[in-house]
Design a protein around this ligand. Structure first.
Ligand code: NAD
Ligand code: UD1
Length: 350
């Protein structure tokens, strides 16, 4: 019996593959590689010493998903595959709706056909929308502010309807806060296309000298230093949360949402300072106006996941920064080029 990982070559998916293989699961990876590289799969094999099947398949191709289910004995699916860039989703919303929603519909239809009803779905804290009330807990009313967020919200609702129609379904909706960091081996990590949108990859590219300075989006929020506060969570902790959620869905039924966050928020300036201390590199920055659509403070109440999944984040800010930095140093061009040693870059304790 195997676990199908859609989007398993991506950032969070690849780290989850490692945790699943280390926990003894048999996995099958499905990915169309639209936002990932095939080399990631070799690195997963290298880290774990385990092999697995890979299908270069698009979820929009239902016949190919059916073939995968025919060829394999699949007992559960962890569904990461989707497009995730907020700004791009505003520019090309139809592509986002088609890819994320039609892809999920195809997957669910094939799962129904093959009587596979266990699913862990990658949702996002973005479904809480513009609430200023913190910490964010699972029962808050949901709202989305952009097409990407709406795909997550719609898929959550679709999956609830699917369960109502057939009570064999067992689905965990995992609402991630801000995933950062990389595997401590430095072999897998986040490899954004072009100039990063998110804070941590931007900071590491400034630290390594690829980008000249960070633009801090506003210092007039109602926070202790005026800059935005987020709940950054180490991707290895996040990956471990998927193993726990998988155990849960395979032993119960229903649709349950869980926050995966640490419960602690850090401001942009605190993140800059932490990176500077860990890397020893200056992070030049300039305060500019707020980014449209940003909220001031977002952090999780992670108590439901602790109580029901027996999961909580273990890794702190030091590991988030040092592991992101090790990945960036060892792979300055992501998966494209490897530079094994760079003498003038180092990781120092906080
Ligand atoms: P990622 O882009 O690195 O991984 C997604 C993977 O899905 C990629 O490898 C991509 O090639 C694949 N994919 C996309 N569309 C596909 C399709 N139609 N068929 C097959 N494969 C397809 O992203 P990630 O950061 O690893 O995120 C994983 C999931 O978690 C996504 O659904 C994302 O929306 C969600 N999420 C991410 C974050 C974050 O900050 N990284 C936060 C909240 C939620
Ligand atoms: C982003 C996504 C959101 C997603 C979340 C988790 C956007 C608009 N939103 O939100 O949908 O769920 O990631 O992955 O992309 N910052 C800067 N300068 C930068 C980049 C960021 O100051 O160059 C600040 C932001 O204003 C924010 C913080 O850093 O206060 C974190 O930003 P980011 O990493 O983009 O995450 P989110 O804003 O939480």
């Amino acid at each position: 019996m195997a676990i199908l990982i859609t989007g398993g070559a991506g950032y969070i998916g690849s780290h989850t593959c490692v945790e699943l293989l280390n926990a003894g699961y048999e996995i099958i990876v499905l990915d169309n590689l639209v936002n990932s590289k095939i080399h990631t799969l070799d690195r997963i094999k290298e880290i774990t010493g385990r092999n697995f099947r890979f299908y270069k398949t698009d979820l929009l191709n239902k016949a190919e998903i059916q073939s995968i289910f025919l060829e394999n004995d699949i007992e559960a699916v962890i569904h990461f595959a989707g497009l995730k860039a907020v700004g791009e989703s505003v520019e090309i919303p139809l592509r986002y709706y088609h890819n994320n929603i039609t892809g999920t519909l195809n997957l669910c239809e094939v799962m129904n056909e093959f009587d596979v009803h266990n699913m862990v779905f990658s949702s996002s804290a973005t479904v809480y929308g513009l609430q200023e009330q913190v910490p964010l807990f699972e029962e808050l009313p949901l709202q989305a502010t952009n097409p990407y967020g709406r795909t997550k919200l719609m898929i959550e609702e679709i999956l609830r309807d699917v369960y109502v129609s057939n009570k064999n379904w067992s689905i965990a909706l995992l609402r991630y806060f801000n995933p950062v960091g990389a595997h401590p081996s430095g072999r897998i990590g986040e490899d954004p296309n072009g100039i990063p949108n998110n804070l941590v990859p931007y900071i590491t590219q400034v630290a390594v000298g690829k980008l000249p300075e960070l633009k801090v989006f506003g210092n007039d929020y109602n926070t202790h230093d005026g800059t935005g506060i987020r709940d950054y969570i180490h991707v290895v902790d996040l990956a471990a949360g998927h193993v726990k959620a998988l155990e849960k869905v395979m032993s119960s039924s229903g649709v349950i949402a869980y926050n995966l966050g640490t419960g602690t928020g850090y401001s942009v300036l605190e993140m800059i300072e932490a990176f500077k201390e860990v890397t020893g590199q200056a992070i030049p920055y300039q305060i500019i106006e707020r980014r449209p659509g940003d909220i001031g403070i977002s952090y999780a109440d992670p108590s439901k996941a602790k109580k029901e999944l027996n999961w909580e984040a273990q890794k702190g800010l030091y590991e988030m920064c040092s592991d992101s930095w090790r990945w960036q140093m060892n792979n300055p061009s992501g998966y494209d080029v490897e530079v094994k040693e760079q003498e003038n870059l180092s990781v120092t304790p906080l």
